[in-house]
Design a protein around this ligand. Structure first.
Ligand code: ACO
Length: 339
């Protein structure tokens, strides 16, 4: 038999290391009170957010991605040359093209890697992790770098109180490699409901409405959203995706050690967790410090959980996200970083 036709054995992919980066500048609720008609009390009650980090002018998504990636590569005991595949989940690429993955490859000196960007909004990290895991499990990639990074402050209208209080900037990176034990991805359930596109979007700047005087005057290069319909969809589908994923793996929610959901709104996370029967002590919420960093929230939440000793080797982890599109993702994995 021709060796090239021999199927590669399917292995399990696991997260070998994790690192995050947020820019140092903090934008607090008190700062926003001076910019728009809002209050610290309203923001905390409705969203759980106290502050978020934002970049200085000239700092781009690839800069945040590079800072997180360098650390993740070092923590895995690797060098940039060991990376053979890069996926960057982002909604705010440095430019429409070339991809942020290409810019990141150059910044890191990851001279053996190919890669691309993946646009799934708030599900950017989970979709990228799912994709890279298939590459590793098939044997097509040995060390994949998966990044979730966004500079949301570059597309937020700081005169619109309904959106500007929600978002922050940040990045997280993981190395995905083949697992030699129980640790790793068990299953994932991702889907899209493209009918929800209008509920959360940036109307101009793409091929439909290229940048023009009219689009700029109409403030169409900023995030627009129907908050309530996004909220309802997020609660219903976070629960639905997780429930179906658990059911098809024969796992009861009580066996989940930690639930890490996209951090869009504390009320969305608590409501979904409650419907799933996951108690508060198993739910990670760090939105108060970072706001919604879009593709950055899941690695930022995982990182806090590890630092706080809440996520340990062998734990059964349920990850979920809902984002613009709409995109939905639920991932089940057995945690196990390199020692
Ligand atoms: N400060 C003070 N008042 C405000 C603010 C603000 N920042 N924003 C809105 N309001 C006002 C509204 O104008 C409204 O006033 P009115 O009653 O006089 O008309 C009132 O507060 C209530 O507004 P609602 O939109 O009903 O408030 P709600 O409780 O739905 O909260 C929110 C709004 C926080 C946006 C919520 O709908 C939400 O979180 N939606 C999910 C959106 C999201 O997170 N999207 C991002 C990514 S997608 C994803 O990650 C799932």
């Amino acid at each position: 038999m021709n060796a090239s036709l021999t199927p590669r054995p399917v292995r399990r992919a696991r997260i070998a290391s994790l690192a995050t980066y947020v820019p140092p500048k903090v934008l607090s609720n008190a700062d926003l009170e001076k910019m728009v008609d809002t209050s610290d009390e309203w923001i905390r009650q409705r969203t759980g957010i106290r502050e978020r980090h934002i970049v200085d002018p000239g700092v781009a998504t690839s800069d945040l991605a590079a800072a997180a990636s360098r650390e993740a590569i070092a923590r895995a005991g690797l060098t940039p040359s060991d990376i053979d595949f890069i996926v960057v989940g982002t909604t705010t690429p440095d430019m429409l093209f070339p991809s942020t993955a290409c810019l990141l490859q150059a910044k890191l000196g990851a001279d053996h890697a190919w890669g691309y960007d993946l646009l799934a909004a708030c599900s950017g990290f989970t979709y990228a992790l799912t994709t890279a895991s298939q590459m590793v499990a098939s044997g097509a990639s040995r060390y994949a770098l998966v990044v979730g990074a966004d500079v949301m402050s570059s597309i937020i209208d700081y005169t619109d109180r309904t959106t500007c209080v929600l978002f922050g900037d940040g990045a997280g990176a993981v190395i995905v490699e083949a697992s030699d034990g129980e640790a790793g991805m068990i299953d994932f359930l991702n889907y899209v409901d493209g009918h929800g596109g209008d509920a959360l979007c940036m109307p101009a700047g793409g091929s439909l409405r290229p940048a023009s005087k009219e689009t700029i005057e109409g403030r169409l290069h900023y995030v627009k959203q129907d908050g309530q319909s996004v909220f309802r969809f997020a609660v219903r589908n976070t629960e639905d995706a997780c429930r179906r994923l658990l059911e098809r793996n024969g796992i009861d929610a009580s066996h989940i050690d930690l639930f890490v959901s996209h951090q869009a709104n504390q009320r969305i996370i608590r409501s979904a967790a409650e419907k799933l029967g996951i108690p508060d002590e198993k739910v990670v919420i760090n939105i108060e410090r970072f706001g919604n960093t879009t593709a950055g929230t899941i690695p930022l939440a995982l990182n806090d959980a590890v630092d706080e000793g809440r996520l340990k080797a062998g734990d059964l982890l349920l990850v979920a996200s809902v984002g613009a599109g709409f995109t939905v993702s639920a991932i089940l994995m057995r945690w196990g970083l390199k020692a």
